[in-house]
Design a binder for this molecule. Structure first.
Ligand code: CO
Length: 168
C-alpha cells in the first residue's frame, strides 16, 4: 500500500468508526501489516494508507526487522493516560524527520479486534507511545503537532524546503 506523505491534506481527515468486521477489513489489515513490516515502521494507521476508519496496527519490534507481536486496534478508546515520558518519534508519513515528543508514559485502552471482540490493554513506555502516536492519526493529528511552537516553526520550514527540492 502507498503511505500518504506530509503535507498531503488527507492525513488531516478524521477517521470513521468501523461497523463492518468483514473480509474487506481483514484484507486491509493484512495489507497494512505487509506495508508496516516492509517499511520497518512500528505503527501504521488506516488514514495513512487512505483507509479512513478507526484502525491502527502496532508492532514495536518491527523496526528491528522482527515480528514480536502485532496488535490490531479497531475503534480504540482511552481508559486512562498517566505520567509522562519522552521518546524520539518518527512517522512513515513524514520521512526523514525525528523529533522528541512528550506523551503519557502509561496507558490503558479498550478496543475491538478484527472480529469485533472487545479487549483491553495496559502499556507503558515505547508501546504506550506508539499507541498514542497512531491513535492521533485517527483524529488527523501528526506528531509534529505536539512540538513546541518554535520547534514546529523550524520543522515546518525544513519540511517545506525538502518538499520544494523534491519538486525539481
Ligand atoms: Co505516524
Amino acid at each position: 500500500m502507498e503511505v500518504l506523505k506530509y503535507p498531503d491534506p488527507r492525513l488531516r481527515t478524521p477517521s470513521e468508526p468501523v461497523v463492518q468486521f468483514d473480509s474487506t477489513l481483514h484484507r486491509t489489515l493484512d495489507s497494512m501489516a505487509t506495508t508496516l513490516y516492509g517499511a520497518h515502521g512500528i505503527g501504521l494507521a488506516g488514514a495513512q494508507v487512505g483507509f479512513f476508519f478507526r484502525v491502527f496496527i502496532v508492532d514495536i519490534e518491527a523496526q528491528n526487522g522482527g515480528k514480536a507481536r502485532l496488535f490490531e486496534f479497531i475503534n480504540p478508546e482511552w481508559i486512562h493516560k498517566k505520567g509522562s515520558t519522552t521518546w524520539k518519534e518518527g512517522c512513515l508519513s513524514i520521512p526523514g524527520l525525528n523529533e522528541t515528543v512528550k506523551r503519557a508514559g502509561h496507558i490503558a485502552i479498550k478496543y475491538q479486534n478484527r472480529f469485533g471482540e472487545r479487549h483491553k490493554l495496559v502499556a507503558e513506555e515505547l508501546l504506550a507511545v506508539a499507541i498514542q502516536h497512531e491513535y492521533d492519526h485517527l483524529d488527523g493529528v501528526l506528531f509534529i503537532d505536539h512540538l513546541s511552537f518554535l520547534r514546529r516553526y523550524f520543522v515546518k520550514r525544513k519540511l517545506q524546503t525538502s518538499a520544494t527540492m523534491m519538486r525539481v
